[in-house]
Write a protein that binds this ligand. Structure first.
Ligand code: NAD
Length: 511
């Protein structure tokens, strides 16, 4: 087996399994435990994508010390110069887009069209954040005193710890790393154990673009052994987690103990409302994409479709007919529309929720079964699944499943639809299909979620707008756009008194 080095080719050959070491201080180093774990293709578990370090607290500490040393120089590099490296990385990613998309399909299963989109999102984030390097605006305001100058400047926070999920393996790493480094921070990142390769590919592009050693450090491994030590480390000043609400509670609790900045982007149970006046062709198309894109494994996946009674029957007939025809398989096949679940555990969860739905009295209209014969025998596949007659209080309508299982809930009209839509613990994305502008604007105002789409499904965020949600979806921060710059900087207010005398704020006032 080959061992990874920075000089190695941009992508993996599909027949080779490489050993990846941690990337600390610009060097590839083995974990302190001497143990490793395997990264296998969920569409074909005989395909070994790579072998990664099973790291521990000691490795996190080594990475934090490297990030600390790098911070002393990196914070002094002018932001526009830092941004130029990020811009160059975007251009490298464009050259390597196809290779990195294939690596990603192999490690997490989603179809090539989507993994190309994932790499593209990192490219978009790189261009956006490169532009921010020449902004990082702060206010200059009049002082209340004569001959006194007042302004606020953004400063880097220091060492940032990032913990990422597996469903957008490059995009989510880019949302965190790129604004953080443009703002002058240094980073220690733990990618999800199912998809570490795509974070390596992103960081490889940054290193090849000229990122100095130690600015980004990768420590691979599992949540409790690597994620928790990152959140606990006293020298880490900001923690950014994207993951489940359960892990968010743990990480948020830890970060609060040492008053770290903490950004939590967590689960969702996203509603799509279809009213009687909707363009049904569009709504069915959107529902299929929202529910079964990425095998339903998006935090923004459409998992509840709330349909007004006048079009309920026709909508369900069309949706079910189309869901049955979706081609499931290995995402490397360009004709495949839906890939596998990420791993055995997630597949078991999906199938368990099918049983829960049936036991709760929901009607299974299609799907619900594991696919494990013939071409499916070495992967974690299941059929696209549609439940109807779902009561909003059922568990399948309340809990995040994170698989290709969608619930159709009937509703009487707009008011009822909004109440059902908001009646969950999450608040990430939401959507409404209607041609009535009044109802569209009412939905924009009343759906209590971080994102609302009009006549589009719940998925499809763009990098320059705020991304995140309400209630159990997060803790009020947003990724994307200037929200990320807010998170990765601290304000410093600066007063310059050029009056040559002591002026006392609030006390020295003109008569
Ligand atoms: P997860 O919560 O199981 O894991 C997320 C990350 O946290 C992984 O890197 C994991 O190793 C780490 N982790 C696990 N236990 C930990 C602990 N005790 N301490 C520190 N770190 C720990 O989530 P997942 O299965 O990787 O991803 C799916 C979840 O992520 C879903 O709930 C989905 O909605 C959510 N998600 C949210 C967004 C968003 O922006 N809101 C985006 C994508 C995914």
């Amino acid at each position: 087996m080959a061992t990874d080095t920075l000089a190695s080719p941009a992508s993996l050959s599909e027949s080779q399994a490489r050993v990846f070491k941690n990337y600390i201080d610009g060097e590839w180093v083995e974990s302190s435990t001497g143990e490793t774990f395997e990264n296998r293709n969920p569409a074909n578990t005989r395909d070994l994508v790579g072998i990664f370090q099973k790291s521990a607290r000691e490795d996190v500490d080594t990475a934090v010390q490297a990030a600390k040393r790098a911070f002393q120089k990196w914070r002094l590099v002018p932001a526009p110069r830092r941004a130029e490296i990020v811009f160059r990385a975007a251009e490298i990613l464009i050259e390597r887009k196809e290779d990195y998309a294939r690596d990603m399909t192999r490690e997490m299963g989603k179809v090539l069209a989507e993994t190309r989109g994932d790499v593209q999102e990192a490219i978009d984030a790189a261009y956006y954040n490169a532009g921010e390097g020449r902004r990082l605006f702060g206010p200059t305001v009049p002082s209340e005193m004569p001959n006194k100058f007042a302004m606020a400047v953004r400063q880097p926070i220091g060492i940032c710890g990032m913990i990422t999920p597996w469903n957008f393996p490059m995009a989510i790493s880019s949302w965190k790393l790129l604004p953080a480094i443009v703002c002058g921070n240094t980073c220690v990142i733990k990618p999800a154990q199912d998809t570490p390769l795509s974070t390596f590919n992103l960081v490889r592009a940054l290193a090849d673009a000229g990122l100095p050693k130690g600015v980004i450090n990768i420590v691979t491994g599992f949540g409790a052994e690597v994620g928790t030590p990152i959140a606990e480390h006293p020298e880490v000043r900001a923690v950014s987690l994207t993951g489940s609400s359960a892990v968010g509670r743990i990480v948020g609790g830890i970060a609060a103990q040492s008053f770290k900045h903490c950004s939590l982007e967590l689960g969702g149970k996203n509603p799509m409302i279809v009213l009687d006046d909707a363009n049904l062709d569009l709504a069915v198309e959107g529902a299929l994409w929202g529910a079964f894109g990425t095998t339903g494994q998006r935090c923004t996946a459409t998992s509840r479709i709330i349909v007004q009674k006048g079009v309920h029957r026709e909508f369900v007939d069309r949706l079910v007919e189309r869901a049955k025809r979706l081609k499931v398989g290995n995402g490397l096949d360009e004709t495949v529309q839906m890939g596998p679940a990420i791993n055995e555990k997630q597949l078991e969860t999906d199938l368990r929720y099918v049983e829960i739905g049936k036991n709760e009295g929901a009607k299974l209209m299609c799907g619900g079964n594991r696919l494990d014969q013939g071409e499916y025998q070495h992967g974690w596949f299941m059929e696209p699944t549609v439940f109807v007659d779902v009561d909003p209080k059922m568990r399948i309508a309340q809990e995040e499943i994170f698989g290709p299982v969608v619930s159709v809930i009937p509703c009487d009209g707009m008011e009822d639809a909004v109440e059902i839509a908001n009646g969950i613990e999450y608040g990430l994305s939401s959507a409404i299909y209607t041609k009535d502008v009044n109802k569209a604007f009412t939905a924009m105002r009343d759906l209590y979620a971080g994102i609302t789409y009009i006549n589009a499904p719940t998925i499809g965020a763009e990098v320059h707008l705020p991304f995140g949600g309400t209630k159990a979806t997060g803790n009020g921060h947003r990724e994307g756009g200037v929200g990320a710059i807010e998170f990765y900087t601290e304000w410093k207010s600066v007063y310059v008194d050029y009056s040559d005398k002591l002026q006392k704020a609030q006390i020295d006032r003109p008569e």
